[in-house]
Design a protein around this ligand. Structure first.
Ligand SMILES: C[S@@+](CC[C@H](N)C(=O)[O-])C[C@H]1O[C@@H](n2cnc3c(N)ncnc32)[C@H](O)[C@@H]1O
Length: 469
């Protein structure tokens, strides 16, 4: 009842499907007393409904962070244009590639996503898992491990319509599926059905090359691997907000796969030391691979539970963890979180208990972060979720628990301010940066300048910057 006609036009997918207990919880967040008093019931309800709609749709820009420590932005922009032109020549469609520099962020290129486009569904159906389907909506081809069902006699070269299995209910190696699914585009099979499902080893590589995706966005698989890195815009903002300088010692506490670690090292011109910690070993290896790919030598990655990264010995001088208190000039806590800002996500099957399990973990990590930071140092806390419990409530708790911390302005500040509901003052909320795609969801098709639309139509994200006095 609160939807504008324009918004319905933009919605090709149903709103994100959540467990009723999670949906009610989120509604309680978006319709909390402070918000209701400020904007009224109708506007608060409208924002919540828009949130549920935009979460199931991809953002309308692909953001590429360029490795400016290896080459200037314009040079990389030119090379990227040439690479993507070659890619388009191989595709059956005549699509122009537009690449814009971001006017305020010097290492960002933006590529508009074209879609939803009118693509005709075929009778041959191939089903992929939801995660694979989400990647296709952001420009990826279908990788073989993501395929769950395919036509019975599918041969390499066959043209198929690709569907995403929303609830994970399709049986592996099925030949058809009648459950909840959405169409994500048409492509050409790169393998026979038998090599996907019947071989002894799990199939690897591209299983379906997308030729007519519902949302057209270039595939970056193998494109300028040392110069261009796909990263959501708010994640790039985090690196700039942290503001690392050459020669400093920086700690990235929850670092895999290392997108922000690599950005920090690049911003320092690879001069200084970036210590990247990650609890899961395989994921830690990914940080090392990414650092190598981007030619960054100042990164030192360790497998470590960051809650235990502080040594009780102030004279501790080992290279790896645990570290002596006050060892770092800046600390990034890009915390493990409920991830409810990720887009596109069409279905999330988490229980309320799972969604609420992150606040205590984040607080333990926060304690370690404050201890490891030097006096006068900067701590940045970020999440890719939309709850108050993991964002503004954590800030209120931190200011209360650590009197040495004060909130700092952020540069750049291109997102909205913090959300009401955690008892923070208007001044404090203004210092927080919340990327809230629901606030402009029905305006994304208007004549707003490209970069403004790119700044607003992002994943849901939160950033707070503190100084330790
Ligand atoms: C939000 S992701 C980090 C994304 C990363 N900063 C980037 O930009 O590429 C959070 C990461 O923290 C890791 N993690 C969770 N608990 C941790 C802990 N106690 N210590 C270290 N890492 C942890 C997770 O495995 C996950 O890889």
């Amino acid at each position: 009842m609160f939807f504008s006609a324009q918004m319905e036009e933009m919605s090709v997918f149903p709103r994100i499907s959540l467990k009723p207990e999670v949906s009610n919880y989120l509604k309680g967040v978006y319709l909390n007393k402070e918000v209701l008093a400020a904007v009224g019931h109708q506007e608060a309800e409208c924002r919540f409904q828009k949130l549920l709609t935009c979460l199931s749709h991809p953002p309308s820009y692909t953001c590429v962070r360029v490795n400016t420590h290896l080459a200037p932005l314009e040079e990389i922009r030119h090379k990227l244009g040439e690479e993507l032109k070659k890619q388009m020549c191989r595709s059956s469609e005549d699509v122009q590639v537009q690449i814009f520099p971001h006017p305020r962020i010097p290492d960002v290129l933006l590529l508009p996503v074209i879609g939803p486009r009118p693509v005709k569904q075929l009778s041959s159906e191939l089903v992929v898992g939801a995660q694979c389907g989400n990647a296709v909506l952001r420009g990826a081809h279908v990788f073989a491990p993501g395929i769950i069902a395919s036509p019975k006699y599918m041969k390499r070269g066959d043209v198929v319509s690709v569907f995403s299995d929303l609830e994970g209910k399709c049986t592996r190696a099925a030949t058809s599926f009648e459950g909840k699914k959405v169409f994500v585009g048409n492509g050409v099979a790169q393998m026979d059905r038998s090599s996907i499902f019947c071989s002894d080893k799990p199939a690897k590589g591209i299983g379906v090359q997308m030729m007519e995706p519902l949302y057209q966005s270039p595939s970056f698989d193998g494109v300028l691997p040392s110069l261009a890195f796909l990263q959501n815009l708010p994640s790039v903002v985090v690196g700039h907000v942290l503001g690392p300088r050459p020669g400093e010692r920086i700690l990235d506490m929850c670092a895999a796969p290392g997108g922000k670690t690599c950005h920090i090292a690049a911003l320092m011109g690879d001069q200084g030391e970036v210590v990247a910690l990650e609890r899961i070993r395989n994921k830690m290896d990914k940080i090392r691979q990414n650092a190598k790919l981007l030619h960054l030598h100042s990164i030192k990655a360790y497998c470590c539970n960051s809650i235990q990264a502080v040594s009780n010995d102030p004279a501790q001088e080992t290279e790896g963890p645990p570290f002596a208190p006050e060892s770092f000039d800046r600390v990034l806590l890009d915390a493990p979180c409920s991830g409810l800002g990720q887009r596109p996500t069409m279905a999330n099957t988490w229980s309320l208990k799972e969604v609420c399990s992150y606040q205590p973990l984040q607080r333990k990590l926060f304690h370690a972060a404050v201890r490891l930071l030097k006096k006068g140092g900067v701590l940045v806390y970020s999440t890719c979720t939309v709850t108050l419990a993991e964002n503004e409530e954590q800030v209120a708790w931190a200011l209360d628990t650590f009197p040495c911390l004060s909130l700092q302005p952020q540069e750049p500040h291109i997102g909205a301010e913090g959300m009401l509901g955690a008892g923070l003052s208007p001044e404090q909320l203004r210092l927080l940066q919340r990327f809230s795609p629901e606030l402009s969801w029905d305006q994304t098709e208007t004549a707003a300048p490209q970069d403004c639309r790119a700044d607003r139509d992002t994943i849901g994200f939160f950033i707070a910057k503190f100084l330790k006095n």
